[in-house]
Design a protein around this ligand. Structure first.
Ligand code: BG6
Length: 504
């Protein structure tokens, strides 16, 4: 509990209050923050949407969402009665200035009731084409004039390419100060992702190893069993590179590759991360083919269920060239990482859902054991499993028990499950709390987003002009297209998968 926050009256306005993000993530996150006593004593949530609803009807919807999606399970009557009176609803036409005058009145009324000025957070959980109009209207209604107590939260996607991201940054920059803008990348709120920073910068033994002298290569793999399903409307214009690599996976790469910040302050951490993006080697139209591969899933079977191919998903273009899998080889051109490849891959409808970072160390400089022993010898690996397993394991060589000298690989494991009893918060709980606290460390700064777009643009351009003739090129329940294997195999590596608790 943060005493300062508890005493700070706060109004949370959610644009898209009747939408999917609020149902699945925001409502459960705010409710869990309430249960764990993190919300300010004077707190109001105002949901908005096009549908006309009374406050009570909206409360009923929120309760259903919490019951369905909250990690804490169904709300008890007593708990819900404590939270529900803080919830309000206002039907809104985001194009209409009148909407914003109404907000202004509501907020003033709450401030009058509380006898204090409130922090007001505007959360844009709407389609990106509404970002500009909402931002402009908020400003014109004078609702964001005080930069000390008004904040705006922008969901992804932040831009569709470099140009559109720049335009959005410019527009927001004309209305808000950077310290008011919270660009969400929900991966940064994940417990295990934050822990990478603790692991790197709160342990003295890591830093001396963390460079090109000891590390051979890095893999960042975010694989999903889920298909695109109902989301083709958004996804068909996006694809895996925009949807996952430009943001989530590059953010993970930044955390692995960044220099130690001087302090854990938002600007320091974000400066060091943007340094990584700036140092990353740019692709040329000629080398994209060697550095990046794409795939699209065809129909198949997954865990006993028959699943459609991407082109057969509801609303998908039957000839779509959109990639549902992408793998890219990056380099970070600086003293620490020169020559160390970073392989990133992500895809849908793959064999298993797992987000794992693997850091493979170099071979021992000289091998002293017998040739038979060499067969089971493996290089050391540090495996950071972000989800679903939450663990860090260091794979080392040990002598297998017996009269002869045989080696095998054993894991030194830090596992959240075995170490902590309390459940980790959802990413959105951490992020929403940080917005209320005014802490931008886990949010993307404007220059970061632009650098990330700049980096992936040559791939996007090349894929757009070079339509692939062989899509779909992987089936459900596989690890993606063969070309993804080839991307790492030509450097002498293979993609690692984490053996999970007896699961295949
Ligand atoms: C979202 C993408 O940002 O992240 C989705 O738009 C993807 O396509 C999701 O499925 C993955 O998030 P998580 O937290 O389930 O790994």
């Amino acid at each position: 509990m943060n005493a300062l926050l508890k005493s700070q009256p706060t109004v949370f306005v959610i644009f898209g209050g009747t939408g999917d993000l609020n149902a699945r993530k925001l409502a459960p996150a705010l409710y869990n923050l309430f249960l764990e006593n993190w919300l300010p004593n004077q707190f109001a949530l105002i949901g908005t949407g096009r549908t006309t609803l009374s406050d009570d009807e909206f409360r009923g919807r929120m309760l259903a969402d919490v019951n369905h999606f909250s990690r804490s399970g169904k709300a008890t009557d007593g708990q819900w009665q404590g939270f529900a009176p803080n919830i309000y609803y206002q039907a809104a036409d985001v194009q209409d200035p009148k909407t914003y005058r109404e907000f202004g009145k509501r907020i003033k009324a709450l401030e009058k009731e509380w006898g204090a000025k409130a922090n007001v957070i505007y959360y844009l959980a709407v389609a990106p084409n509404f970002f500009p109009i909402i931002a402009k209207n908020l400003a014109e209604a004078g609702l964001t004039a005080d930069p000390t107590c008004t904040r705006i939260v922008i969901e992804k996607p932040f831009g569709h390419d470099l140009e559109s991201a720049k335009q959005l940054n410019q527009l927001l920059g004309e209305i808000f100060q950077e310290k008011q803008i919270y660009r969400i990348d929900h991966y940064l709120g994940k417990e295990t992702v934050q822990n990478i920073m603790a692991f790197r910068f709160a342990n003295a033994i890591m830093e001396p190893l963390w460079n090109r002298n000891n590390i051979e290569h890095v893999q960042i793999s975010v694989t999903e069993q889920l298909g695109v399903g109902e989301r083709t409307g958004y996804y068909d214009g996006a694809g895996a590179l925009r949807d996952m690599i430009q943001n989530h996976l590059l953010q993970l790469l930044c955390i692995v590759a960044m220099e130690p910040p001087v302090s854990f302050s938002a600007e320091e951490v974000r400066d060091r991360k943007v340094d990584v993006l700036r140092a990353m080697r740019r692709f040329t139209p000629e080398n994209v083919r060697d550095m990046a591969v794409r795939g699209q899933y065809g129909p198949g079977w997954l865990e006993g269920q028959q699943v459609p191919g991407y082109r057969e998903e509801p609303g998908a273009d039957p000839h779509s060239n959109t990639e549902t899998f992408a793998a890219v080889k990056f380099f970070v051109d600086n003293w620490r990482w020169q020559g160390v490849p970073f392989y990133l891959r992500t895809g849908k409808r793959l064999h298993r859902s797992a987000s794992v970072i693997t850091i493979q160390f170099k071979d021992v400089p000289h091998f002293i054991f017998s040739p038979e022993t060499a067969e089971t010898m493996r290089q050391n690996r540090l495996v950071i499993s972000i989800q679903p397993e939450m663990s860090i394991r260091l794979q080392v060589q040990a002598k297998r028990p017996g009269v002869d000298m045989m080696l095998n690989t054993v894991d030194m494991v830090f596992d959240y499950k075995g170490t902590y009893v309390s459940e980790a918060p959802e990413a959105y709980e951490t992020l929403l709390l940080d917005v209320m606290l005014g802490d931008q460390t886990l949010f993307m700064r404007g220059d970061q987003v632009e650098e990330a777009w700049d980096l992936v643009m040559p791939i996007l351009n090349s894929w757009q002009t070079r339509t692939s003739q062989n899509l779909p090129n992987y089936s459900a329940d596989s690890w993606g297209p063969e070309t993804a294997e080839a991307l790492v195999a030509k450097d002498g590596f293979h993609w690692f998968t984490l053996p999970l608790n007896g699961k295949k």
